[in-house]
Ligand binder design. Structure first.
Ligand SMILES: *Cc1c(COP(=O)(O)O)cnc(C)c1O
Length: 367
């Protein structure tokens, strides 16, 4: 078999080797079925079992209470930027958005097409095309409207490498979260949320399937006048099978949840994620300024570690040498520059250790 390299891609991203090997085996014929997941009806008993197991796995891992519905939709997290306001904003037609990065801004842009957006806080800094975010706002900075239809925030800012350490307190207003890049990385108290959405391709599976977890009472907000495919209530009534879902993506989610449960669940995963991030941040902090972390320390992400070197030239040199040494995907997002190591659930501890060794050696040779 081809050797696998260390994949630091921000998304689509690394998946557990056990999951890939099982999928590879099943891709010729599912045991006892004689056909693969790619070839069977979404109305078949075999598929239905997979669909239910994927939901059951998520329910167990995240402790999802019975008054929540799990949906598997399409159109990426980006379609949720529209579906959330279309379904949840009326009749008040106003919502609070907390801006902590590019994805929150994109979410807000779509919400503005539906109703009035109150920017409850923004941590954007800089001027013109040099704007950036490097921190999560404090609770005291939030200017919340107690009458808003919901409050939207982005739990992990994939591009800037910042992450909420705990949810914002929003009283009785439903909390809506884009958790695309840290879902399943740590335990969550689902009861604090009205709706959570996440594209699968960072921490759960392949691209093309989006998880939505919604409190059932909020389904009543979806109006009949909405287009069918944009209506949460209709997707919920049809168990995400109104049309053909991304059957393969949901099958991979099922395998990923099984893998996580086998590891010991999200408490265990969280411990490993903290360990991995600590290794990298320690390397940055102990480099005497050779490596500079982008995010403020109390806002650092466990999933996307962003940092810079003194010059762009040196950054390019490191990326080139790292690529040759088998570390892929370290280039920072084009809007931030520098480097970004995405170390999602499936990224192995030994890969982080190898990168740290490489970075220390690079500093010795170039410091
Ligand atoms: C990647 C990402 C998105 C966009 O996801 P798509 O599935 O490409 O639409 C949105 N929000 C966050 C936080 C992301 O990391």
């Amino acid at each position: 078999m081809e050797n696998r390299i260390y994949n630091f891609s921000a998304g689509p991203a690394v998946l557990p080797e056990e999951v890939l090997l099982e999928a590879q085996k099943d891709l010729f014929a599912l045991p006892g079925v004689g056909m693969s997941i790619l070839e069977i009806s979404h109305r078949s008993k075999t598929y239905d079992a997979i669909h239910q197991e994927a939901k059951e796995g998520l329910k167990q891992l995240l402790n999802i209470p019975d008054d929540y519905t799990i949906l598997f939709l399409q159109g990426g997290a980006s379609l949720q930027f529209s579906m959330v306001p279309l379904n949840l904003m009326p009749p008040k037609n106003k919502a609070d958005y907390i801006l902590t990065g590019s994805w929150s801004k994109k979410a807000m842009k779509e919400a503005k097409r539906v109703g009035t957006v109150n920017v409850a806080a923004t941590t954007e800094e800089g001027e013109g095309d040099k704007k950036y975010f490097k921190r999560i706002p404090k609770q005291s900075e939030l200017k919340l409207d107690p009458d808003a239809a919901y409050v939207h925030f982005t739990s992990n800012n994939t591009i800037f490498g910042t992450e909420w350490q705990t949810e914002p307190e929003v009283g009785n207003v439903p909390l809506v979260c884009d958790a695309s890049s840290d879902i399943l990385s740590k335990p969550l108290d689902i009861k604090k949320y009205g709706l959570i959405y996440a594209g699968a391709q960072k921490n759960m599976g392949p691209s093309g399937v989006t998880l939505v977890i919604i409190r059932k009472d909020l389904l009543e907000r979806s109006q009949d006048s909405l287009h069918t495919m944009l209506n949460y209530k209709i997707h919920a009534e049809n168990d995400s099978l109104y049309n053909t879902p991304n059957t393969f993506g949901i099958y991979i989610i099922k395998l990923v949840t099984k893998w996580l449960l086998g590891l010991g669940g999200l408490e265990e995963m969280f411990k490993i994620n903290k360990k991995k991030a600590q290794l990298l941040y320690d390397c940055i902090d102990q480099s005497g300024g050779f490596y500079k972390g982008h995010a403020e320390k109390d806002s650092r992400s466990l999933m996307n570690v962003t940092f810079n070197l003194a010059t762009e030239e040196l950054e390019k040199k490191l990326i080139d040498e790292a690529t040759k040494a088998g570390f892929s995907g370290l280039k920072g997002h084009r809007s931030v520059g520098g480097l970004r190591a995405s170390i999602y659930n499936a990224f192995p501890v030994k890969g982080v250790e190898a990168l740290v060794d490489f970075m220390k050696d690079f500093q010795k040779r170039n410091g």
